[in-house]
Design a protein around this ligand. Structure first.
Ligand code: LRH
Ligand code: MN
Length: 384
């Protein structure tokens, strides 16, 4: 009997930038009907929630999603049935940040970067968002280029000022990444460095685990377990990759890894809303249709969680206790091999949602309408 009760209240936050044009340094592909502003990005994101019932929050990126009237954008989101989620700072597209932002040797540049984060805190106050997500591109390309220790001290000082400027209901989500855009060192390269800064800051500072930000071969579910054990797993940036930070559809490259990650989540009951873990996507749909790509993504996460909920916890604990190596492994594999797709479609139907949300979107004609209506203006592009 497939038990899906654990899915109750589980939601996923989708990124506004996944609906705009994106690509690589070689090419950013465009398509008719792409969103031209945050209003249209929210409208597209709301389609994912309408058809899956899973994605009721949308992350914004500053300045990509800057608007004149935040309360008007919030009202627009409310009408669409979605909430403004995490606010993402951006210190990776300004010439001033060539040698870093919060870690820059120049105090004036650090000041500029700190003020940008304070601007993001104001956006949170005006949109009802409570998560400030900080990913810093900061790093070095050549050994000796700057003091590794000095940069950490500057970073700690700057994060302290941002943390102290935030409100009691705000969380700081500090993201790490092992390389890119710099190639010798990164100032927040791993979960340990992010965790150390979070522990130094205070209870409201937690770690963001982007599944594309690890060295090949990293056991990511171990990191998930350890961050939960420390009470500092704040959020996921879900995506998948074959080589580097590919930002592909979560679960498309390694569905078994996603299942193992969700198994650690279920083992700690961290899938429950009260855990405070923000399950977010951070992806770019460079060649595939954006909205169907996002629908498939949230369904992949839901499916991985549904499989993880099938793990026979008692049998697994008994086999582990008895040192029954294969027995324990096979308990987990039985859950992974459980086909939950029919039960999930039944669950959607029982909630008045389409059995196949991707087909329902294609049948809705939404993309065609957008292509005819969204004429003129400049399509939103990753980076612009
Ligand atoms: C950096 C990152 C970060 C976002 C950006 C869109 O690679 O993962 O989370 O700011 O992608
Ligand atoms: Mn990310």
């Amino acid at each position: 009997m497939i038990d899906l009760d654990g899915l109750d209240g589980f939601t996923i936050e989708v990124p506004s930038w996944a609906y705009g044009n994106s690509g690589t340094r070689f090419k950013v592909f465009t398509r008719p009907g792409g969103p031209r502003n945050p209003y249209e990005k929210l409208a597209d994101a709301a389609q994912v929630n309408r058809l899956t019932g899973l994605a009721n929050r949308v992350s914004l990126h500053i300045p990509w999603d800057l608007v004149d009237d935040w309360s008007d954008l919030k009202a627009h989101a409310d009408k669409l049935g979605v909430k403004i989620g995490a606010i993402n700072s951006n210190v990776f597209q300004d010439d001033d940040y060539r040698l870093g932002s919060l870690c820059n040797p120049d105090p004036a540049i650090r000041r500029k970067a700190i003020d940008h984060h304070k601007q993001c805190l104001d956006v949170m106050r005006q949109t009802g968002s409570t998560d400030l997500k900080i990913w810093l591109p900061d790093g070095l390309n050549y050994a000796g280029q700057d003091s590794l220790r000095g940069r950490q001290d500057r970073l700690a000082e700057a994060l302290r000022e941002i943390y102290d400027a935030s409100d009691d209901d705000h969380r700081i989500l500090l993201e790490y990444k092992f390389f890119e855009p710099y190639f010798y060192s990164t100032d927040i390269p791993d979960w340990g460095t992010s965790l150390l800064h979070c522990l130094a800051l205070g209870e409201r500072a937690t770690v963001v685990l982007d599944t594309g930000h690890h060295a090949p071969g990293t056991n990511i579910e171990f990191i998930v377990m350890q961050l939960i054990r420390q009470g500092r797993l704040g959020a996921f940036d879900f995506n998948s990759r074959y080589y580097a930070d590919d930002d592909l559809i979560v679960g498309s490259a390694d569905p078994f890894q996603l299942f193992r990650i969700m198994s650690e989540i279920v083992a700690a009951d961290a899938h429950r809303p009260e855990s405070g873990v923000n399950f977010m996507l951070d992806q770019c749909h460079n060649i595939e249709e954006k909205i169907p790509g996002q629908i498939v993504s949230v369904l992949n996460v839901e499916q991985a969680l549904a499989k993880a909920l099938q793990v026979d916890k008692a049998a697994l604990a008994a086999a582990q206790r008895e040192g029954d190596v294969l027995g324990a492994h096979r308990v987990l594999m039985d859950a992974y091999e459980t086909d939950v797709r029919g039960a999930l479609a039944d669950r959607r139907e029982a909630r008045g949602l389409p059995r196949d949300p991707v087909k329902a979107f294609q049948d809705s004609g939404y993309a065609q309408t957008a292509a005819t209506e969204r004429v003129g203006g400049t399509q939103a592009s990753w980076g612009a």
